[in-house]
Design a protein around this ligand. Structure first.
Ligand code: HEM
Length: 367
């Protein structure tokens, strides 16, 4: 793994954050909208689900391996100590309702790392896990939480509304999306409404989109596939026609026969103006600071979905950027509001499924 970090990343200091006006009300508004989505899907299906990223396409176990020769600026937080940790990884798509996969939407990857030592984030005391909650794009679809709340109101209003219509809309949006991409753009709004290209989820790279503390520094974090069995799937079309669970099948087919490796990458913050903390809408420029590898994620062949046990694991697991080390404190408006919103969503669904949140202490507890 070649390490070539920028020589002079900007240092973390609490003063890099600036509260958004009315942030407490925005957080409350997001809690209410997410609750509305979860209540609707609960009423429809009798089962409490995540308010977003409800549909999982596979849950796999593996290891994250931190090398011994990381340069000092990269040997931070979880990555300060060489060694290996067990991980569990959950692949998802963004809607809060379980739509056919032909309604093609952005993809998520949540990773829980076990056996992590160090000072904890508030609300995550006593645990020894570190979560990374990622989506397959380098920037979030709104700059700040207040604007995101306005978008979520639209999402909450369309939850549950005529899936047939969403499918037609999705096909039309994919056409519009590829036109936007041909013209050199990329529309997060079209993608989130069903205009995402119908490609294999395991070829994707995933990113935090918003910044985290990276020990002494600040970074955005991501994972990208590196082994040929996975990189061959990048942008590879998947036929999802008539296959409501086509992505789950594609993931199962892959892990039934192969493993895969990703590298964990970070983009260190080197320029305060070009790499804002409080605006998650624009990717940080990679010519100023490229994503560089800090670890490898290794997953062996296995069953990624077993109808007898995976649905329960899917229900009982809970990921949040606020489960983890103080050294990886989530930063900026979008990140701050997620603390209370995820906690409320998790409380809602975990109490309804009769099993309040118990953060697993080891991979053996994920069963
Ligand atoms: C203000 C912004 C955001 C809000 C309000 C929000 C809200 C939520 C909620 C309520 C959940 C369900 C939690 C649960 O019940 O377990 C969730 C899950 C998720 N979110 Fe967010 N989110 C936001 C931003 C983001 C960002 C920036 C990313 C990644 C770049 C992201 C990726 C995900 C993923 C992947 C999941 C599924 C986690 C899992 O597999 O359990 N979200 N989000």
């Amino acid at each position: 793994m070649p390490f070539d970090p920028p020589a002079t990343p900007l240092r973390f200091d609490p003063s890099v954050e600036e509260l958004e006006k009315d942030e407490a009300q925005t957080t409350q508004g997001l809690i209410e909208q997410m609750r509305k989505i979860a209540e609707i899907t609960y009423e429809d299906g009798g089962h409490a689900m995540r308010a977003v990223h409800a549909k999982s396409h596979g849950i796999v176990r593996g290891q994250v391996i931190v090398p011994a020769d990381l340069p000092a600026v990269l040997a931070q937080g979880l990555f300060a100590q060489a060694g290996s940790h067990d991980v569990v990884m959950r692949f998802s798509t963004s809607p809060g309702d379980i739509l056919d996969d032909s309604v093609s939407t952005p993809r998520g990857l949540a990773i829980k790392v076990f056996g992590v030592e160090g000072a904890r984030l508030p609300g995550s005391d006593g645990a020894s896990t570190q979560d990374f909650v990622l989506v397959n794009g380098k920037a979030f679809n709104a700059p700040k939480a207040k604007i995101f709340l306005a978008n979520v109101k639209l999402l909450a209003a369309t939850t549950d509304k005529a899936e047939g219509l969403k499918k037609v809309l999705s096909a039309a949006l994919r056409g519009a999306e590829s036109l936007v991409e041909t013209l050199g753009g990329e529309s997060a709004t079209l993608k989130s409404l069903g205009g995402h290209p119908e490609t294999h989820i395991l070829g994707e790279s995933f990113f935090s989109q918003a910044p985290i503390r990276f020990g002494d520094y600040i970074a955005k974090i991501g994972v990208r596939p590196i082994t040929p069995a996975l990189t061959a799937l990048t942008d590879a079309p998947v036929d999802l026609k008539g296959k409501p669970y086509g992505l789950r099948e594609a993931v199962s087919d892959h892990f039934g026969a192969h493993g895969g490796e990703w590298e964990v990458v970070v983009q260190l913050r080197t320029d305060a103006e070009a790499m804002p903390i409080e605006d998650s809408h624009k990717p940080w420029p990679e010519d100023k600071s490229p994503y560089v590898p800090v670890a490898r994620l290794v997953v062996g062949p296995q069953s990624s979905w077993d109808e007898a046990r995976t649905p329960k694991i899917n229900d009982t697991l809970a990921f949040s950027p606020w489960h983890g080390l103080a050294a990886h404190q989530p930063l900026g408006s979008i990140m701050r509001v997620r603390k209370a919103v995820y906690a409320a969503s998790q409380e809602f669904r975990l109490t309804r499924t009769g099993c309040p949140l118990h953060e697993p202490a080891a991979i053996a507890d994920v069963s």
